[in-house]
Design a protein around this ligand. Structure first.
Ligand SMILES: Nc1ncnc2c1ncn2[C@@H]1O[C@H](COP(=O)(O)OP(=O)(O)OP(=O)(O)O)[C@@H](O)[C@H]1O
Length: 306
């Protein structure tokens, strides 16, 4: 992987004596979409606000392209484009005029760059329409275009799919992926929805009660999610146990009357056949849901992700 563009170092936040963020340590790389996943109140927004300097840190630091947000704020945050709160847009002006207006507040932004960001978020055809005529998804994309004007290395989007319909979600997802691939931007997106994160992100960090409980690449996660937990009732159990240990790579455990192990669903018939060939009687086979999904639900708490 390339050099990290952002490093969180033992980042902490205490509000009114209550620890909200308890020491986060992780890195974000160029060209990746990093998902920050956690239930409501886990501390995503607080962390993001500290990343972009909108909130002071109690301890630790955020290093952006080698510069400290704590000691070199201006130089560090100039690499960041973010939509943390709803982007300020004038509904009575066109999308284009909004971008021109905003670009005047920052030095050195060319007309070409404005065209480029409009293309990156796919608003070419509607950019001369008034923002009041835009759908919520189009407003979000205009907000992303605005955040990209100064060529940031990192784009931070807090719950970018909030309130969008499924087609709006699909669009935002594809533009986010395109930004990371075409511009090499590191995109950090926060969400409390696991399935959405899996489709959009390269890596997912899970935060709960201000702690990072897991960080994992989505490829690994998807591979693991193909693994199913199988519980098997067989007789004689000891002999079945020995055979399973010989033919399976992973561990086999004994749970009351059942033998429990994880394998891909497609391998289940093979395993059963091998047992039957060795005169094992099978009384029941229970296949549970993916171990990864279980892990997420354990980590986050059942019912808090969709
Ligand atoms: N100014 C504040 N004063 C006191 N507590 C706060 C303050 N800001 C945040 N908190 C608390 O910090 C915790 C984390 O909040 P935060 O908004 O960062 O969570 P989140 O993961 O972004 O959740 P959501 O998805 O609901 O936005 C919550 O328990 C919240 O009540």
């Amino acid at each position: 992987m390339s050099e990290p563009v952002m490093q969180l170092k033992n980042l902490k936040k205490t509000i009114s004596g209550k620890p909200i963020i308890k020491g986060l340590d992780f890195e974000i790389y160029s060209g990746e979409v990093f998902g920050f996943l956690g239930p409501n109140g886990a501390g995503k927004t607080t962390t993001i606000r500290m990343m972009v300097g909108l909130m002071s840190m109690t301890a630790g630091d955020v290093i952006i392209k080698g510069q400290s947000v704590k000691t070199d704020f201006k130089n560090a945050v100039r690499h960041v484009g973010g939509i943390v709160e709803n982007p300020e847009m004038y509904p009575f002006m066109t999308g284009w005029k909004n971008l021109v207006h905003y670009s005047r507040m920052m030095p050195g932004i060319s007309k070409e760059r404005i065209h480029e960001v409009v293309r990156l978020v796919g608003l070419e055809k509607r950019i001369k329409d008034k923002v009041s005529k835009y759908s919520l998804g189009m407003r979000q994309r205009l907000g992303i275009a605005q955040a990209l004007l100064h060529n940031p290395s990192i784009l931070i989007l807090d719950e970018p799919t909030n309130g969008l319909d499924p087609s709006g979600i699909r669009e935002i997802r594809s533009y986010i992926r395109r930004l990371a691939a075409e511009e090499g931007v590191a995109v950090i997106v926060s969400s409390h929805i696991l399935s959405e994160m899996e489709m959009m992100c390269d890596r997912i960090g899970i935060i709960k009660n201000g702690d990072l409980v897991s960080i994992q690449s989505v490829d690994d996660a998807l591979q693991q999610s193909e693994q199913k937990e199988v519980a098997l009732e067989a007789h004689p159990m000891e002999k079945a146990f020995e055979i399973l240990q010989q033919i399976l790579e992973g561990p086999v455990t004994q749970h009351k009357d059942e033998l429990v192990f994880s394998i891909r669903k497609t391998e289940i018939p093979n395993v059963i056949q091998k047992l039957v060939e060795q005169n094992i009687d099978i009384y029941s086979v229970n296949v549970n849901r993916s171990t990864l999904e279980d892990k997420f639900l354990d980590l986050i708490g059942e019912g808090s992700i969709e």
